[in-house]
Design a protein around this ligand. Sequence first.
Ligand code: PLP
Ligand code: COI
Length: 355
Amino acid sequence: MIAQDLILDAKVNKKALNWAELGFQYIKTDYRFAATHENGEWGKGQLLADEVISIHEGAPSLHYAQQCFEGMKAQTAEDGRILLFRPELNCERMRRTAPRLLMPEIPEELFMQAIEETVRANYAWIPPFGSGASLYIRPMLIGVGENLGLNPAQQYEFRVFVSPVGPYYKEAGLAVISLAVSEIDRAAPNGTGSFKAGANYAGGLLATRKAKELGANEALYLDAAEHRYIDEAGSANIVIATKSGKFITPSSNAILPSITRRSIMDLASKHLDMVTEERPIDLRAEFDDFDEMGACGTAAVLSPVGKIWFDDEWHKIFQDGQTVGPIMQELYDLLVGIQKGELADEFGWLHEVDI
Ligand code: PLP
Ligand code: COI
C-alpha cells in the first residue's frame, strides 16, 4: 500500500511538466491500481509503484488477444475539483466487452474504486485548469497465467494506469484533420467491432499507417460487407452536420459505441435544436450533403474533418485553410465546457473525485 504522507506531498507539489506542450504519449506516473481474478473471485486490489507487469509466456492475452481496455479523462475545474466524464458508461462498456471475450466482469465498485484511487494517488500529475491538457485514464483487463491451447485464461489482471496528455492529433485543439478511407476492414458485421477489444486495434495498425502515408491523420472505415456506409475512424466515431440541417451519425453494429458521440448527439438535439439521426450513411451518395464532419472520442474530443481520401482522390468538406465550422465549434465548446466544469452539468454527466 502507498503511504498517505506520500500522497499528501503530491497534492502540494504538482509535477513540473510543460503541460501545454504535451502530446498523446505515455508518461510514467507514480501509481497504478492492480487487482487479480483467481478461482472465480476478484481480489481486493492495491496501488503499485511498478509500471511493469510480469506475466506467464503462455498467457492468453499475449497469444490470443484475450484482453480489453477503456479510455477516459480526468480534468481539473477552475475551483480545483477533479472531474471525470460519465465514468459509469466506461464501466458498463467494459462489463459488456469482458464476457464477449470470456473474461470475468469487473464489479462496478471495484472499477470505480480503481479509477478514483489511481487518480487521487497521482494528483501531482493531473494537469491544472487552463493548461489545455488532461489526465488520460486507461483501465485494462488481461488474461494472464499459464496456457497453450485456445482457451480462456484461468487468471486475470485488472489494471488502471494514468498519463497526462495533450491533444491526440498533432494539430492542437480544434484544428482540422483529414481521413483516408481504408481498403482494409476493421470489423466484421457480427465480430468484435462494437467491443473495446485490443484485437480490433492490432488489425487496424496497417490501415492507420497507409492512411498516414497518404497524408491523412487516420483511417476511415466503411462497412465491411459493401464498403459503402461509414463505420468509424481508427480511434473515433463520426458525426456529420448536413446541408439539409440534420445532425447524423452512422448506425452500425461494427463500431464502438462512443460515450463522447452519445453526449454530442444529446447536445446537438437539446442545445442546438437539431434533428438528430443514427442511420446508415452512404459515403459516396451523401458526401455532397455534408456541411461539417467531426471525429469524436475521449482522445480525439471533437476534431473537425476537412477532407476525406476515397476513390483515389481527396474530397473536400472545407476549402484549404478553412478552420472549424460553427456547428462543431459550438458542440466542442459545450462538451469541453461541461467536462471542465465551466458550464452547468445539466445532464448529470460529471463525477467528482474527492481529493
Ligand atoms: N471508436 C474507437 C475505435 C475508439 O477507440 C474510441 C475511443 O475510445 C471511440 C470510438 C470513442 O469512444 P469514447 O467516446 O467512448 O471514447
Ligand atoms: C480513447 O479515445 O480513449 C481511445 O481508446 C482511443 C485510443 C486509440 C487512444
